[in-house]
Ligand binder design. Structure first.
Ligand SMILES: Nc1nc2c(ncn2[C@@H]2O[C@H](COP(=O)(O)OP(=O)(O)OP(=O)(O)O)[C@@H](O)[C@H]2O)c(=O)[nH]1
Length: 264
């Protein structure tokens, strides 16, 4: 209420209260007008108050819709992060599973399973077949003595070192797998038998010259090998490999530290 309004109202109140004006012809009209004004004023104040409340509720309602939206968005983002993390985990898990099923856990070399797949693929490749395809079975000599003298764990580390040397010595397109125990199978693609013998002999020489150090033990190893070249129509994992195995047996019987070949 403004100051003028307050003053006017208190003036009217004092006029109405003055007994000298009680019989004035306008007294009753002024009194009615005065009360009418007070009622109208109260009504107006109620309407303003309702309007204010309505605006406040509308603001709060708008705010809570936004808050709900933000919360849902945050939850969605969290779910997306969890889902991304889960998918990444599954991808890593699949890669690890594939690695475990196709590689030897000790040396990290491909295992028999991978060799089977690779042989099938390579030997279906007519180009590679015509360039020659040689298998070499390489076996470390007297490996049992290493285990017996230095313990199985040292033996393990020697196998890891041997795997490393073989891989360094081979060409990029060759493949070395751990066939079992101290036996390694080499797939020499684009290679005829005599070239294969040269490669494997070079590898054996290198293997025998490199000192293998495991903790405070330093030792050297020799290896024997049997080679066979895949012939057309031959089952590589049965017939060609069997011939390589027989050649290896001859190398062992012939005194070890040597290479024998099977001419098919
Ligand atoms: N440390 C270790 N030893 C292994 C592993 N796999 C096989 N061996 C051992 O390799 C040895 C192979 O022995 P043999 O088959 O008698 O052959 P060798 O002593 O190498 O003799 P030749 O092959 O006849 O020269 C055994 O003592 C096996 O226990 C392995 O993963 N780790």
């Amino acid at each position: 209420m403004t100051r003028e309004e307050t003053e006017l109202l208190s003036w009217i109140e004092s006029l109405l209260a003055d007994p000298n004006h009680a019989r004035h012809p306008l007294h009753e009209a002024l009194e009615l007008l005065y009360h009418y004004h007070l009622e109208e004023k109260a009504r107006l104040e109620r309407m303003v108050s309702i309007s204010d409340n309505y605006q406040r509720y509308a603001r709060e309602d708008h705010l809570s819709v936004r808050q709900r939206y933000d919360k849902a968005l945050r939850r969605q983002e969290k779910l997306s992060r969890i889902s991304d993390g889960f998918q990444q985990l599954m991808r890593e898990h699949n890669i690890a599973l594939k690695q475990d099923s196709t590689h030897d856990p000790l040396t990290g070399l491909p295992n028999r399973r991978m060799i089977g797949e690779r042989l099938e693929r390579d030997l279906n490749d007519a180009g590679r077949r015509s360039l020659g395809y040689t298998l070499a079975m390489l076996d470390i000599d007297h490996f049992k003595q290493i285990n017996d003298r230095h313990g199985h764990e040292t033996g393990d580390q020697v196998l890891v070192a041997i795997a490393h040397i073989i891989q360094q010595e081979l060409r990029d397109y060759d493949l070395c797998a751990r066939w079992g125990g101290e036996e390694f199978l080499l797939l020499l693609a684009n290679t005829h038998l005599e070239e294969g013998r040269t490669i494997v002999d070079r590898l054996r020489r290198r293997l025998s010259k490199i000192p293998i150090v495991v903790g405070d033990v330093t030792l050297s190893v020799t290896a024997s090998a049997g080679l066979s070249e895949h012939c057309a129509g031959e089952d590589p994992l049965r017939e060609t490999l069997l011939r390589a195995d027989q050649a290896l047996l001859r190398a062992k019987r012939g005194g070890r530290d040597r290479c024998c070949v099977s001419h098919g």
